[in-house]
Design a binder for this molecule. Structure first.
Ligand code: DGI
Ligand code: FE
Ligand code: FE
Ligand code: FE
Length: 188
């Protein structure tokens, strides 16, 4: 799908209007971050458009995709909120003909993160936290950090998510802890 309007219509058909507006916000923020931090703005925007492709699909459908592709039980036993990222990375290849591994990985890790994240993965992850429609407490601090220091912005964002999950006594997926440690251990 080379045509941007066709791509956007396909994305729009997968979700409700509010999620679509979020998607456009993430794409715009990702493009901006790429320009600021020396990433590829077109890849960043494309990954933004696609990152929540199957977020609004029934969870059983998301789970089926993971099972059929032999994703680890750890993921199936983890929070359902994590599934759309890994399922999305698979589905955009078959349904949207996305072949760029960098874009696919940015979609796959946009929720959990992972240690050793690429620049594009960090950009999409931070854009997901700071797009203009977001208004959780602490978002302004992350927006401010994202003006200058992408790693500090992402470490702060993951730190907030981990605190939130702990407060709710929910499990923290190991990749998120590993991503957080990896970022923090390298801050100057
Ligand atoms: O899909 P979005 O709502 O735009 O954002 P997302 O893909 O970052 O999903 C974040 C949700 O996932 C958020 O409500 C927290 C929840 N979640 C549950 N367990 C974990 C988790 N997020 C992370 N990073 N790590 C977890 O272990
Ligand atoms: Fe998401
Ligand atoms: Fe939804
Ligand atoms: Fe999102």
């Amino acid at each position: 799908l080379r045509d941007r309007n066709a791509l956007l219509e396909r994305v729009r058909a997968q979700m409700h209007e509010k999620r679509y507006q979020h998607t456009l916000g993430v794409a715009a923020s990702a493009r901006e971050l790429a320009l600021r931090f020396g990433g590829d703005p077109d890849k960043a925007e494309l990954a933004g458009f696609l990152h929540d492709y199957c977020k609004c699909w029934p969870v059983d459908q998301q789970r089926d995709i993971l099972v059929r592709h032999d994703l680890p039980d750890e993921l199936l036993n983890g929070d359902k909120e994590l599934w759309h990222a890994f399922a999305g990375a698979i589905v955009i290849q078959s349904e949207m003909n996305v072949t760029d591994p960098a874009v696919i990985q940015a979609v796959r890790y946009h929720t959990t993160g992972r240690p050793g994240m690429t620049l594009l993965e960090k950009i999409v992850c931070v854009a997901d936290y700071i797009e203009p429609g977001r208004d959780f407490s602490g978002v302004d601090k992350i927006r401010e950090l994202a003006q200058k220091d992408l790693d500090r912005a992402l470490a702060t964002a993951f730190g907030g998510t981990i605190k939130f999950l702990i407060k709710k006594q929910k499990t923290v997926f190991p990749l998120t802890l590993l991503a957080y440690n990896d970022l923090v251990s390298r801050l100057d």
